[in-house]
Ligand binder design. Structure first.
Ligand code: GDP
Length: 528
């Protein structure tokens, strides 16, 4: 019989972070393979191609070689249920990534053995550090020549500021790659080209002292390995579960994702040591994962997942309790009971109707714009999960429509796409402009592309005289009204109906703030 504590205890919810091209997609595919979530041992290309078939606008992703959307994949492994939340790799989607990282309990960092720690890795690591997210590390592409493993660990330690505890150790690299040693169990797993491709199917020796090993890897290599292992033992830190869970130490694995080598060792260790759902902060109190009543928060919205149905899906991370299909939940922001009908789970590529879901799981809730990023759900208690911010955009453009008859469509498209959180849509009080704000320029291309593809609207984006935006808060209704009258030219309404000050320059913003000391100008609208 299932109950909340047993189900929560076997959940492992994580995200993979990496610099683009390090192998995140490939590793994801191999992990899914172990989970039996995909039957076919397709290549990365196969998976990427299949994704294009289901949603055309991702052709853009292909053009740019980036991952525009995040997705959620669930698979069972060794009695655990693993939830893998994908994160977009491109820097212009940093906010999306940030919010995904608020919804996981741990992360897996992929590093290219030849490139070492790269710029995106550093940024993502900073985000993980904000919440002390436990991190495991996979050093990928061992089938190629790369940096010396000891130097790599040094690099991770000094650049990322986290202690490394190697769990597997490579035997050779590139052409000379022979396998890995498991430093905890002592086992040696041989790399045999071609054999490790679809299933982990390697020859295993119980230890480096196994007399048969020398015949396989050669006397020179074995001697080299022994020396290196001695060095590693002396120089590196042993795995310390408490330090790992505190985000202070990262267990490190070596392998080759594309050859599916070293991946199972990582996954086995991951399901054993990665944290189950942890308690989460709300405005009122901490909510424990094992509490019987359902709570959760929305960390991502995706419009038009299925172009056929124009649906918007809100991705909710369950924090406690049990979700059952068709149940009602309390939507804290609106104060209304909402029926969670047709909720989705995300078993690999297929979306399925969820019968039940538990802490750590993610469900997708269909809605027509009533649910926003950061919204909390409960079984009646007025609690709001904290820490899911909405960043102030730094770039602004005015939408220009080629066919004026499509104005309604354009407004609808801009508003709906903004719900996803990557862009923000503003309508000035005093003009008919439609202004879009974003954190990266790529967002404008994506929106223009999607407007055409999903809404049949041909629009472009041109410069507009806005330097920055601030959300306006004021408890005194009268003062707010005065402020509104005086500053009407610079005020706008965002997609959620909130008042926003669009400053043409930083100096203007400063003056406006000085003139209205009772009004708060907020740089982030923490979704509440
Ligand atoms: P992502 O951008 O991080 O998702 O990276 P991908 O998974 O798309 O991989 C980027 C490239 O690296 C692709 O061409 C992969 O085939 C290749 N790749 C991934 N893993 C390995 C590996 O273990 N060895 C080698 N040689 N190439 C790999």
């Amino acid at each position: 019989m299932s109950d909340v504590s047993t189900e929560a205890a076997r959940r492992r919810t994580f995200a993979i972070i990496s610099h683009p091209d390090a192998g995140k997609t490939t590793l994801t595919e191999k992990l899914l393979l172990f989970g039996g979530a995909i039957q076919m041992a397709g290549s990365v290309k196969g998976r990427k191609a299949a994704r294009h078939a289901t949603s055309d606008w991702m052709a853009l992703e292909k053009e740019r070689g980036i991952s525009v959307t995040s997705s959620v994949m669930q698979f069972p492994y060794e009695g655990r249920i693993v939830n893998l939340l994908d994160t977009p790799g491109h820097a212009d989607f940093g906010e999306d990534t940030y919010r995904v990282l608020t919804a996981v309990d741990s992360a897996l960092m992929v590093i290219d053995v030849a490139k070492g720690v790269e710029e995106r890795t550093i940024k993502l690591m900073e985000v993980c550090r904000l919440r002390d997210t436990p991190i495991m590390t996979f050093i990928n592409k061992l089938d190629r020549e790369g940096k010396n493993p000891i130097d790599l660990l040094d690099e991770v330690e000094s650049v990322l500021g986290i202690q490394c505890a190697p769990i597997t150790w490579p035997i050779g690299m590139g052409q000379r790659l022979k396998g890995v040693v498991h430093l905890v169990s002592g086992e040696v797993h041989l790399y045999e080209q071609g054999r490790n491709f679809t299933r982990q199917d390697s020859t295993i020796f119980a230890s480096v002292d196994d007399p048969a090993l020398e015949a396989r890897i050669g006397a020179d290599m074995l001697r080299e390995l022994r020396e290196e292992l001695e060095l590693v033992e002396g120089a590196s830190h042993p795995f310390d579960p408490a330090k790992y869970l505190a985000g202070e130490q990262t267990p490190v694995f070596f392998g080759s994702a594309v050859n599916n080598f070293g991946v199972q060792l990582l996954l086995d260790f991951f399901v054993e040591h990665a944290p189950a759902p942890k308690p989460r902060e709300t405005t009122g109190r901490e909510v424990g994962a094992y509490e019987p009543k359902l709570t959760g928060f929305v960390f991502k919205i995706q419009a038009n997942m299925d172009p056929q149905h124009r649906d918007r899906v809100a991705f909710m991370r369950i924090c406690s309790g049990k979700f059952s299909a068709g149940m009602k939940a309390f939507h804290v922001r609106s104060g209304k009971e909402v029926k969670l009908a047709n909720a989705l789970t995300f078993m690999a590529s297929d979306r399925e109707i969820a019968e039940s879901a538990w802490p750590g799981d993610v469900i997708g809730i269909h809605n027509h714009g009533t649910i926003s990023i950061g919204d909390s759900f409960s079984e009646g208690e007025a609690i709001t999960f904290t820490g899911i911010p909405n960043f102030a955009p730094e770039l602004f453009r005015r939408a220009r429509l080629r066919d004026p008859l499509k104005l309604k469509q354009l407004q609808k498209g801009l508003a709906q796409l903004s719900e996803e959180g990557a862009t923000q849509f503003f309508r000035p009080l005093m003009s008919n402009d439609l202004i879009l704000g974003a954190v990266g320029t790529l967002q404008f291309d994506v929106v223009a592309y999607r407007l055409k593809d999903e809404y049949g609207v041909d629009a472009s984006f041109e410069p507009v005289g806005v330097a920055t935006a601030r959300w306006i808060r004021c408890d005194d209704a009268k003062k707010l009204e005065q402020f509104r009258d005086k500053n009407a030219l610079n005020l706008a309404i965002d997609a959620a109906g909130e008042l926003v000050y669009l400053a043409p320059t930083r100096v203007n913003l400063q003056l406006a703030q000085e003139r209205a000391p009772d009004v708060a100008f907020l740089a982030t609208r923490e979704h509440a």
